[in-house]
Design a binder for this molecule. Structure first.
Ligand code: SAJ
Length: 421
């Protein structure tokens, strides 16, 4: 029975470890976070995702988690799923990846297959990872199989999402291909090199970022013209080809989309290419939280009010609907900008109560005059509009265009969406 060690038990590694356990493999998990390790060994998911909670419960006793790298020497396959973030200057931070590879290298046994699933720029596997693992002085195989995880998505999961895979040589590609064929019920496509596999993942996520920037810019332009962006997206989507709907919003968060383009931008810069378009798209998306606050200021001006001292409720901290993940969340930027402008801010997120200022939405509504919705959680989508009136809310800025603007305006509350009035 194949023994596999997953390094990094987060949004990517933990579902993968559960899948390997479900497939009857001998699974070890490594994470530097001792609390996480202890929870997983008790069958408790550190991530508040209903499906993952169930998967981790079922895997109790089948995933042997630890906060050290001893397990590496028992494994024929080692899969690295550590974060590859950017720093506050948007530069790639490969320290978690390098640290993991250094630890792996110290315990690597002969003929182990090492696969990097973390998103990395083209060339990282061969230029950064390979030299570190070579210090182990054993023969090993090395490949890249970029993760494809869609947090909160019930249709597409680690079990059924197609993958691309490629190694530093043919044998590595073959071994990685055979491994993923065993656990994933979808096409596994071999590419010509690890660099190609790295480029494919970066391109698919950069594609999404530039498309979101495009629709954000269209929304801001059409707002000036009094054109409702959602109607226009609906209209354009009647074309059965060549148009792909994306939606404007308060910004682009998460651990993939706002991060991956910077990995490519930086690597390209190092080899003499300037990604002007990708950089502009990042600039547009990074500006959306500021734009959202400006909408509030525009509406306050109509009421002859200023933002200083304004009691503003921010609905949502998470980066997207119905998840508890705040990484790169635009809501955090909205809060920062509001506080810079000396507004009085109260925050509520039903999925992140420990970081909320109040325990319930009703409490927040009773304490503020203006609302900025920053995450389209189901609870907010289904908000009772009458409660807004009862609590004398005067302005609603709908950062995810998810509220019923007609109903809100009908009861005399000022409404602005992102490309909607
Ligand atoms: N967003 C928009 N407008 C859109 C789509 C997204 O503003 O039209 C925002 C979201 O609100 C969020 C951010 O962009 O703040 C990212 O959203 P996302 O739907 O891309 O969600 P992620 O970060 O979970 O992205 C994952 C990625 N999956 C992988 O990297 C394997 C991404 O490639 C997928 O396209 C995405 O899921 C998905 O389609 O759900």
């Amino acid at each position: 029975m194949a023994s596999v060690t997953i390094v990094g038990l987060g949004y990517v590694g933990l579902p993968l470890a559960c899948l390997c356990a479900e497939k009857g493999m001998d699974v070890y998990g490594i994470d530097i976070n001792k609390n996480k390790v202890d929870q997983i060994n008790k069958g408790i998911s550190p991530i508040n995702d209903p499906d993952l909670i169930e998967e981790v419960r079922k895997s109790k006793g089948k995933i042997k988690a630890a906060d050290n790298f001893q397990a590496i020497k028992n494994s024929s396959v080692v899969i690295v799923c550590v974060p590859t973030p950017v720093d506050d200057r948007h530069l790639p931070d490969l320290k978690p990846l390098k640290d993991a590879c250094i630890s792996i290298s110290g315990h690597l046994k002969e003929n182990t297959l090492v696969v990097i699933e973390s998103t990395i720029y083209p060339g990282t596997t061969e230029e950064i990872v390979l030299p570190i693992l070579k210090k182990s002085d054993v023969v090993f195989y090395l490949a890249h199989c970029p993760e494809r995880i869609v947090p909160g998505n019930k249709k597409w999961t680690v079990k059924n999402l197609p993958r691309v895979v490629a190694g530093i040589d043919k044998k590595s590609t073959e071994k990685a291909y055979e491994f993923y064929k065993k656990i994933i019920d979808a096409d596994i496509t071999k590419l010509s090199s690890a660099k190609a596999a790295e480029a494919a993942k970066i391109m698919e996520n950069t594609f999404r970022d530039v498309n979101i920037a495009f629709i954000n810019e269209m929304a801001m332009s059409f707002d000036k013209a009094g054109i409702d962006i959602l109607e226009i997206i609906k209209g354009a989507s009647t074309k059965p080809f060549a148009f792909m709907a994306h939606y404007p919003g308060v910004g682009v968060g998460g651990h993939c989309i706002p991060v991956d383009p910077y990995y490519l931008i930086e690597k390209a810069k190092q080899i003499g290419f300037n990604h002007r378009f990708l950089s502009l798209a990042r600039e547009i998306n990074n500006n959306m939280p500021h734009y959202t606050v400006q909408l509030l200021e525009e509406e306050l001006k109509k009421l002859k009010k200023g933002i200083k001292g304004a009691k503003v409720g921010v609905l949502g901290l998470a980066y997207k609907a119905d998840v508890d993940d705040m990484r790169e969340s635009p809501a955090l930027k909205v809060i920062e900008v509001l506080k810079e402008k000396q507004a009085e801010v109260l925050v509520f997120d039903p999925y992140i109560r420990e970081k909320s200022d109040v325990k319930e939405l009703s409490t927040l509504l009773g304490k503020v005059e203006y609302i900025i919705l920053a995450a389209d959680h189901s609870m907010f989508r289904n908000i009772d509009i009458g409660k807004l009136k009862e609590n004398n809310i005067k302005i609603v800025i709908d950062g995810r265009n998810c509220l019923n603007k007609e109903k809100i305006k009908k009861i005399g509350i000022a409404y602005r969406g992102i490309g909607q009035r």
